[in-house]
Design a binder for this molecule. Sequence first.
Ligand code: FA5
Length: 345
Amino acid sequence: MALADFLADLDELVAQASAAFEAATDTEDLEAARIEFLGAKSGRLKNVQKGLGKVDKPDKPAAGKRFNEIKKQIESALEDAGKRLSAGGAKGVAKTTGFDPTVPGTRPQLGHIHPITQTIEELTDIMGRLGFTVTEGPEVEDLWHNFEALNIPLAHPARDPLDNFYLATGKMTAGVPQGEGGWLLRSQTSTVQIRAMEKTKPPVRIISLGRVYRPDTADATHYPMFHQIEGLLVDRHVTMADLKSILHLFASSFFGDDVDVRFRPSFFPFTEPSVEVDMSWHDLWIEFGGAGMVDPNVLRSVGYDPEEVSGLAFGLGIERVCARRHGITDIREFYKNDVRFLHQF
Ligand code: FA5
């Protein structure tokens, strides 16, 4: 092979390699060009090198020298192109692979516990420390547990179909189930008092937290589905003083020491005497629920002897407790599922 041909091949190669490296717009392009020209196995420089062996013997030193020069030129053109691309910074890299390890990661969006559930967990914890264990009851309830056993007789206005979600599972008259098999969505967690006492002999010290349903029109303090926490303590010598101190401990554990609890005389068929429970926190009194001493008729309905034991019971609205704690003025916010609202808790 003539020296001139070999040198011409080298010149062409360096021109083409430099052009390819300069044309590379990202590191992938550049790597492909590197492999094409400098690839160890079948790169084009390697192929031209094979021609070196065929150059006439006297011309070999000159050919070899020129080959080494060209090789260096191509390598430095590659290096320059690499520097040019990395000077483009994160942008250049991101364009090539779609991944830039220098950019801070985006945090995955994590859901978190709904404020009502958080409140339920906290109330459970507080009452647990006062020795109350959690009992659950069904949300679809029979008439015995929702009314009869709670001393709410058939003609009582609390049974009005306008105040209850009856299920049309049997014979209905004027929206009210007739006979034994009537069912409804429970209107209060007091049903669980009965279920707990039916299962155990005194002493009883339980709480129950869950959903209840009433056809109330939704407004700032009412929702047709809401949550209550029910508490029941039955033992010898339980008094109103115990009721008040338990509710006070409960309120101060949840709100802080600057909370006040007051009782207003009231009426519930299943407690005697009965009270409305108000709590004041930061100078604002709010009604949280009802309470009282378990009516002897209720104790009798589950086979307890009211001469032997007495009981205290209370039922508080969890939405109201949670709203007051967080300064929420409309409980409907809890159920709009607006994540901007829910993310605050
Ligand atoms: C009762 O439900 C009784 N079972 C409470 C009770 C238990 C009394 C044990 C005696 C012994 P009342 O209907 O007042 O009581 O409801 C209690 C609380 O539930 C209310 O004070 C209020 O905080 C909450 N509440 C009632 N209706 C709604 C509603 N529609 N939406 C949100 N919260 C409500």
